[in-house]
Design a protein around this ligand. Structure first.
Ligand code: NDP
Length: 369
């Protein structure tokens, strides 16, 4: 194995502050002490189980407000996180957040079809915005969101946490440095068996689509960030059992192929029927393999160069926390007036490609991008 792999990379050795500062292009890291205040909109599973507990691991971010349609959640989480009553909002009075100096950033963690409205309302209230993936349910909505934030002079970032996950960051570095030679193929599969047929993810009006919008977007992102290129064409195949009560409105399985300008081919897969969480880039000298690739934790990476194959573990440390890294990245970008590495334009690109994937399935042909 070459020392490409053994050497501690600059990025990974720097920890969370280094990761977020380097990623947003800031050479100057503001001194710790100024923590920006986040308001969380939508107290569902991802917000309460994954994001809210992470503020204690942040150096530049703190939780200062909650927005919910469920008063009992405002009581429960407001008390748990010591959020004063004046910083607990309903959706109806949310716009008054404009008068709240405790809130610098609004983090929208609502069902997909509600992202656009709350991003626009947040920007109009003068707040910077973090928005969960997928950015919206159409590219037209993405443009409206980007324009609203631009007009308000506020930052917009999409919650692509894998870009702050150390194994994924190291995989990107290895791919770019040609550690496994010239890449020819990237494969990425993501999926899980979806349960409750009544949930919003299976209602088109709230989700905008099925497995592709929800979990397949990780495959799409991985193909794009590992390639470092933008696809020029896409073709896709779908299988959905419409007699299954879960899939009356949205798709189950999609396989899609992207062609990149260098000749690199990306194969993506998305499923609401089986578990997948994998990413592999194959070059002419070897491969980089992450399995699981983008879960909340437990990532494993193997790299093969020639006949030498080994497990690669980025060193632990503050930089190992993708959630805190993501939250602090936006705070640092605000504090140092830089653009996030995954801003609104990045979310828009994914929506445009997903729209092309749906079009390819519908029309049964390759779509030029
Ligand atoms: P949940 O269903 O668990 O939570 C959504 C919350 O939104 C609800 O609890 C509710 O909160 C609020 N809400 C407001 N209006 C509605 C409505 N009409 N129907 C349902 N809920 C409503 O969803 P998730 O937390 O799993 O997903 C939320 C967003 O986060 C999605 O965009 C999803 O794609 C994204 N996500 C991202 C992940 C990642 O790893 N980056 C992982 C999981 C989700 P309240 O009662 O407080 O009003």
């Amino acid at each position: 194995m070459t020392d490409h792999i053994d050497r501690r990379t600059t990025l990974i050795g720097m920890g969370a502050v280094g990761l977020t500062a380097a990623a947003c292009g800031s050479a100057q890291v503001p001194p710790p002490g100024r923590k920006l205040g986040y308001a969380i909109v939508g107290l569902g599973s991802y917000a309460t189980r994954q994001i809210m507990p992470q503020f204690e691991n942040c150096r530049f971010s703190r939780l200062t407000a909650l927005v919910s349609g469920t008063p009992a959640k405002l009581d429960q989480y407001g008390d748990q996180y010591k959020i004063p009553a004046r910083n607990r909002y309903s959706y109806a009075n949310f716009d008054s957040v404009r008068n709240n100096p405790d809130v610098d950033i609004v983090y929208v963690i609502l069902p997909n079809a509600l992202h656009a409205e709350y991003v626009v309302r947040s920007a109009r209230a003068g707040k910077h915005v973090m928005c969960e993936k997928p950015m919206a349910v159409s590219s037209a909505e993405c443009l409206t969101m980007i324009n609203a934030c631009r007009q308000a002079g506020r930052k917009l970032m999409i919650g692509y946490r894998s870009r702050f996950q150390p194994h994924n960051m190291e995989a990107i570095r290895l791919a770019r440095s040609r550690a496994v030679g010239k890449p020819g193929l990237i494969e990425s599969e993501h999926g899980f068996p979806i349960g409750d047929p009544t949930q919003w993810r299976l209602k088109r009006a709230l989700s905008g689509g099925g497995s592709l919008m929800d979990i397949g977007i990780y495959s799409l992102q991985a193909l794009r960030y590992m390639s470092g290129e933008e696809p020029v064409s896409v073709s896709a195949t779908e299988f959905t059992d419409r007699s299954d009560i879960r899939f009356r409105e949205v798709e189950d399985r999609i396989a899609f192929n992207l062609l990149f300008p260098s000749g690199l081919i990306g194969q993506g897969f998305s499923s609401y029927n089986s578990n997948h969480n994998h990413l592999r880039l194959t070059g002419d000298k070897g491969w980089i393999d992450l399995d699981p690739a983008t879960q909340y934790g437990g990532q494993e990476m193997r790299v093969r160069i020639g006949n030498d194959e080994r497990k690669v573990t980025p060193p632990d440390g503050p930089g190992a926390n993708q959630f805190a890294g993501q939250l602090d990245h936006l705070s640092l970008c605000v504090l140092s007036n830089r653009e996030p590495i995954v801003g609104g334009e990045e979310g828009l690109r994914d929506l445009r490609i997903m729209e092309a994937i749906y079009r390819s399935m519908k029309e049964g042909r390759t779509i030029r991008l």
